[in-house]
Design a protein around this ligand. Structure first.
Ligand SMILES: Cc1ncc(COP(=O)(O)O)c(C=O)c1O
Length: 472
């Protein structure tokens, strides 16, 4: 081919070399430049199109790089066969309509924390210290289990506040409980039977399902998961939230703790996954040490998160593996890097090391305790129609409501009043109807004013009259 005639537009914002590249590419793909054809030399084409040789050179190099032409030494450039791209007749699907965005006036979502009281200036100061040239090593990948600095701090904190005894080696840092749970599940034998609390944390249940693991719901009794059911149903690994059962708020009693540990110790393949997600916030009586601290046979896999204590958007959680699982973990996940950015790990480590974390927890504990008191005080005039439970810890409580309405009706009526609440049934995989209905109320994200105004409005939406003074 002696020459190639293309109309290149100098006023176009697309550079000339790019226009030329596109034109030649399309001509080859359309068969207008047949396979094996020799293209004009760079100099000839540049002269012909009145452009610089560099422009042609750039276009040709791009075409060579993408396999449209090849350069044969001392011979020139030749068009190559182009594999035809198959065009699949993909049915056009309308994008899903954006989800209904319902504006709630009062949101009792248990996943919310108090975002107004976060120590932003301290966090910024520590972050600034971390983002420093001195820390250039943080640009490189770190330890696959998470940086030692953070694991040291977590180990110290867990020992002091939860009685958890572990080596730094046993700690694995990940992007949330939801990322660590699948890792853990993949580590354990595929054939084992998991037992999870019902009602319980919905995410755990879906993880078992997504990873195709056998899992059965186990009832939660007044003092925690039914150990009898674990035994009867042949469960190997129990997932529990003993410090503050999610969502009922039950605290596992001492007897049940001992029973559960003995259950685990009685067969070699048994384990307990202890999810200690909100144990930092305990309001009545002494803090109860973690189950892990009572474990004498290495059967407790301890999990916790910074989602409640710092912020859910941080996406940092950690697990403490029993030593007997550690080697297998290290072999299985040898090639995986930590899923948490190192700068963030260092920031949390320094925040803890400088004492800001414990100060923050002390402040937040007082603040949440105050909110809880405001909430229970606001609910008092509606007793005994409305009974409060699960108030020893965390950021949510449960209301048992004596009413003619079902749980779904209570949730719907609240929604009609633009108040968001959750029925306990929504955490129950068997969707059993609970009578009288129970409603989960999260209070972490609400202000004192929201609580004061929101509760009477919620009660009004449920047709629950305020108790008259003197009718105690
Ligand atoms: C029982 C339970 N576990 C764990 C978490 C935190 O999960 P993550 O660390 O993935 O944010 C929550 C948060 O609400 C929870 O309720």
């Amino acid at each position: 081919m002696d020459m190639l005639m293309f109309q290149l537009d100098r006023r176009n914002s697309v550079p000339l070399y790019n226009q030329l590249y596109q034109e030649i590419k399309e001509a080859i793909a359309a068969g207008k430049i047949p396979v094996g054809t020799k293209l004009p030399s760079k100099r000839k084409l540049a002269d012909f199109l009145a452009i610089s040789q560099t422009t042609v050179e750039l276009a040709y190099s791009q075409l060579v790089a993408e396999g449209f032409i090849e350069a044969r030494e001392r011979k020139g450039f030749f068009a190559l066969p182009v594999e035809e791209l198959a065009y699949l007749d993909v049915p056009h699907e309308e994008p899903a309509a954006p989800g209904e965005r319902f504006e709630y006036r009062y949101d009792f979502n248990p996943a919310k924390i108090d975002t107004r009281s976060f120590p932003f200036s301290t966090w910024r100061k520590v972050a600034k210290e971390v983002m420093d040239e001195m820390n250039h090593h943080l640009l490189l990948s770190g330890h696959p289990q998470g940086d030692e600095a953070l694991r040291q701090e977590i180990s110290r904190y867990l020992f002091q506040s939860r009685g958890v005894v572990c080596d730094v080696d046993q700690i694995i840092i990940g992007s949330g409980t939801e990322q660590l749970m699948p890792l853990l599940i993949r580590l354990l034998d595929k054939g084992v039977l998991f037992g999870f609390e019902n009602p319980g944390y919905a995410l755990t249940h879906s993880i078992f399902e997504h990873y195709d693991r056998k899992a059965v719901p186990i009832a939660v009794e007044e003092d925690g998961i039914s150990v009898h059911s674990l035994e009867v149903r042949g469960v190997d690994i129990a997932y529990v939230t003993p410090s503050h059962q999610f969502p009922t708020g039950t605290v596992m009693g001492a007897t049940k703790r001992a029973q559960l540990l003995n259950w685990a110790a009685s067969k070699p393949e048994r384990y307990i996954i202890e999810d200690d997600y909100d144990s930092e916030f305990r309001y009545t009586s002494r803090p109860i040490p973690a189950l892990q601290s009572m474990d004498r046979s290495g059967r407790v896999i301890y999990l916790s998160t910074f989602s409640k204590s710092l912020m859910p958007s941080l996406r940092i959680a950690y697990m403490v593996l029993p030593k007997r699982l550690l080697r297998s973990y290290q072999q299985t996940f040898l090639h995986y890097s930590s899923s948490v950015p190192r700068m963030d790990q260092q920031l949390v480590a320094d925040f803890m090391k400088q004492g800001h974390f414990s100060r923050h927890l002390n402040r937040m504990r007082k603040l949440y305790k105050k909110k809880l008191e405001q909430l229970t005080a606001a609910l008092r005039p509606f007793a005994p129609t409305v009974k409060v439970s699960g108030e020893q810890a965390g950021m949510h409580i449960v209301l048992t409501v004596q009413t003619v309405f079902s749980e779904e009706q209570l949730v719907e009526r609240a929604k009609a009043a633009k108040i968001r609440v959750f029925g306990i049934g929504s955490y129950d995989v068997e969707q059993k109807t609970v009578v009288p209905p129970q409603i989960v109320l999260g209070f972490g994200g609400l202000t004192a004013e929201d609580i004061e105004k929101g509760i009477p409005e919620l009660m009004r939406s449920w047709d629950i009259p305020i108790k008259k003074a003197g009718h105690q």
